[in-house]
Structures are given as structure tokens and as C-alpha cells.
Design a protein around this ligand. Structure first.
Ligand SMILES: NC(=O)c1ccc[n+]([C@@H]2O[C@H](COP(=O)([O-])OP(=O)(O)OC[C@H]3O[C@@H](n4cnc5c(N)ncnc54)[C@H](OP(=O)(O)O)[C@@H]3O)[C@@H](O)[C@H]2O)c1
Length: 334
């Protein structure tokens, strides 16, 4: 009995040490941090959607540290102001120079609810009036497997926020991106795109709703949109690339119910195996700032490397049809 207990304790201790070592080592993602160049983004203006939490927040922190003027497009001003305050405090504590408009680094909070086309239009209207340039647009915000809900304009929430809101946002900012070229668009998708399809006959999921399928469909739409946009932007010096961040410990799972008893185990596993937001944000930061991807467009990345897509994500006729329907849905074409 005593021997069995000792073996069990040793096994538990060994497991815990292994997990801790794995966590401390990290999943081996390249930590680029601007290649050690703290002024890589000086003079550049970056818009990040959903910048108050998770990957968007980590991306904002790093691009701010690299000297960018970062505009946080967030749906809740209070949450965004709180995140902005924390980011500035963390920057000060890290010993980086205080961002100020003169040096280039600056943090600006603006309201943007991607579940409302009028909010997207208001955000872009204000931005176009106030900003003389836009160097990088990062379409990062996302909703994951929420119960059936509709946006203000009557779209299924995940398709509405993850795809349609960003579709309108990008189109309204294209003129400024073109006049600021060379400029970049970075789209955050997910590997889960593999389980989605663009079912044109029920884009609002009124006939049936499956929350996993709808998330995957919206992330497939992100990829098809990026590739079609890259095709349309050829020769403009505006690039667009799409990425998957891996599995990252963020607030994305807010709609997933994990039973109370299982939660400690889930927390342990996610602590050990999921990426931190900073690790997960590396590919967004890379595509937004690295000279290595200058002029590269229409590609799909993970862990700062190009990856292959399934044929359904490269289907040009589906991408064109989705573009045309999206234009009508967001009111760009009547
Ligand atoms: N975490 C992962 O493992 C993972 C894996 C693959 C892909 N992704 C993708 O990564 C992106 C970032 O997600 P995350 O993991 O960082 O999750 P997160 O911590 O939940 O961040 C999502 C952000 O999107 C914002 N958002 C949600 N609905 C919005 C709306 N209607 N208008 C404007 N902003 C809205 C959220 O704002 P509030 O804070 O106000 O809700 C939050 O700032 C998403 O596109 C997600 O699909 C994440």
C-alpha cells in the first residue's frame, strides 16, 4: 500500500515537473519582437479589431512597443480604456520608452462594434476624417461558438462579426490603405476552417444552427475573403495575408460551459499545452511588421511560416460568389 502510494506520488510529481518544464520552455514559437529593432514600426499607424483582450491585446502591446500608433477598435469603451491603461503600465514597467505621439508610438481607443454595420460605418468615417494614413489593418476580433444570436442587421452572429463586419470595415478602409501603400492587411482565421463550408442557401442559419459549424464557416470565409482581396489588390502594393494562431489561452471560450468539477483539470491542461496570448500573437505581429513578408500576399500562415490550405479554401469561384453576396449583405451594392 505504502509502495503504491509512493509510486502514485512520484508519478504525479514527475507529471507536474514535465508540464512545468514544457510550459517554461514554451511551444517553440519564434519570438520575433521586431527582430530586436524597437523602432521597426515608428511612423506606422495600425488598426487592430478586438484589441482589448487575448491575441488582439498582445498584438497591440507588441506593435506599440515597436513604436506604432495603435488604434484599438473595440466594442466596449470601458473595457478598451482599461486594457489600454494596463498596456501603457506594462510598457513603462518593461523599461521601454514612454510612447508619445512625437516618437511615433501611441495608443488610441475607438468604439467599433462589428455586430452593427452602422457602428462599422461610424468607426471608418471617424478614422478617415482623423487619420492621414493607415499602414496595417489587423482583422482580429472574433466570436466563438455562441448560442444562436443575430447581429443588429439580422445576420447570424459568428458570420456577421467574424466575416461580414470585417468585410465592410476592410472595404471602407481600402482607399486609405492604398494611399498609404506599401500597406498590409492581416486576417486572423483558425485551423477550424477545415470543418466549415459556405452554404450559400442558409448563410444566416435560419434553417438550422450548429455553433461549431458556424464558427468554422466564418473562419473559412476569412480565408476566402483574404485570397479574393489579394487578387483584387494585385499591383496596388497593399498586401493581405491570413493566419491561424494555434490554440491560445484567451477569453474566446466564454460561451463554452465547462462543468465545475472538470475546470481545474481544464485549467491545468490549458496552462500546460495552450499558447500564451503573446505566443499566439507572434504570427499576427510577424505579418504586420516583418520585412521578410514585404510584398507577400494571398498566403496562409501559422507559427510565422507559410502553410498549405485545403482545396475548399482556395476555391476561386466560391470566393468570388461569397464576395458578391457579402457586398449585397452589407449594403455596398443594392
Ligand atoms: N484563442 C484561440 O485558441 C484561437 C484559435 C484560433 C483562432 N482564434 C481567433 O483569434 C481571434 C482573437 O480571439 P482571442 O482568442 O484573442 O479571443 P478573445 O480574448 O475573446 O478576444 C476576442 C476579441 O474580439 C472582440 N469582439 C467580439 N465581438 C466583437 C464585436 N461584435 N465587435 C468588436 N469586437 C468584438 C472581443 O471584445 P470583448 O472583449 O468586448 O468581448 C475581444 O476583444 C479571433 O478571431 C479568433 O477566432 C483564436
Amino acid at each position: 500500500m505504502a509502495v503504491a502510494t509512493a509510486v502514485a506520488l512520484l508519478a504525479a510529481l514527475g507529471g507536474a515537473l514535465w508540464l512545468a518544464a514544457r510550459r517554461l520552455k514554451g511551444p517553440g514559437v519564434r519570438q520575433l519582437h521586431g527582430g530586436g529593432n524597437p523602432s521597426l514600426m515608428h511612423g506606422k499607424t495600425v488598426v487592430i479589431t478586438g484589441a482589448n483582450s487575448g491575441l488582439g491585446r498582445a498584438t497591440a502591446a507588441e506593435l506599440l512597443r515597436l513604436g506604432a500608433r495603435v488604434i484599438m477598435g473595440c466594442r466596449d469603451r470601458a473595457r478598451a480604456e482599461e486594457a489600454a491603461g494596463q498596456l501603457l503600465r506594462e510598457l513603462r514597467q518593461s523599461g521601454s520608452p514612454e510612447p508619445d505621439a512625437g516618437a511615433g508610438g501611441e495608443l488610441v481607443v475607438k468604439e467599433l462594434d462589428l455586430a452593427s454595420l452602422s457602428s462599422v460605418r461610424a468607426f471608418c468615417g471617424e478614422l478617415l476624417q482623423e487619420e492621414s494614413r493607415l499602414d496595417v489593418l489587423i482583422n482580429n476580433a472574433g466570436v466563438f461558438q455562441c448560442p444562436y444570436m443575430k447581429t443588429e442587421d439580422g445576420f447570424e452572429m459568428q458570420f456577421g462579426v467574424n466575416h461580414l463586419g470585417h468585410f465592410l470595415l476592410t472595404n471602407l478602409l481600402l482607399g486609405l490603405l492604398k494611399s498609404s501603400a506599401p500597406s498590409r492587411i492581416v486576417v486572423v482565421s483558425s485551423k477550424l476552417y477545415k470543418y466549415g463550408d459556405i452554404n450559400f442557401e442558409d448563410l444566416n442559419s435560419e434553417q438550422s444552427y450548429n455553433k461549431s459549424f458556424c464558427y468554422s464557416r466564418s473562419k473559412l470565409a476569412n480565408i476566402l475573403f483574404s485570397r479574393e482581396l489579394a487578387r483584387r489588390l494585385e499591383g496596388t502594393n497593399v498586401t493581405v495575408n491570413v493566419l491561424h494562431p494555434g490554440i491560445v489561452r484567451t477569453n474566446l471560450g466564454r460561451h463554452i460551459h465547462i462543468p465545475l468539477l472538470v475546470r481545474p483539470l481544464f485549467n491545468l491542461v490549458s496552462w500546460a499545452f495552450f499558447k500564451t496570448p503573446l505566443e499566439g500573437a507572434q504570427t499576427s505581429i510577424y505579418l504586420a511588421s516583418s520585412p521578410e513578408v514585404e510584398g507577400v500576399s494571398g498566403r496562409y500562415f501559422g507559427d510565422c511560416k507559410e502553410e498549405e490550405l485545403l482545396p475548399k479554401a482556395m476555391d476561386e469561384s466560391v470566393a468570388r460568389k461569397l464576395w458578391d453576396i457579402s457586398e449585397v449583405m452589407v449594403g455596398m451594392l443594392k
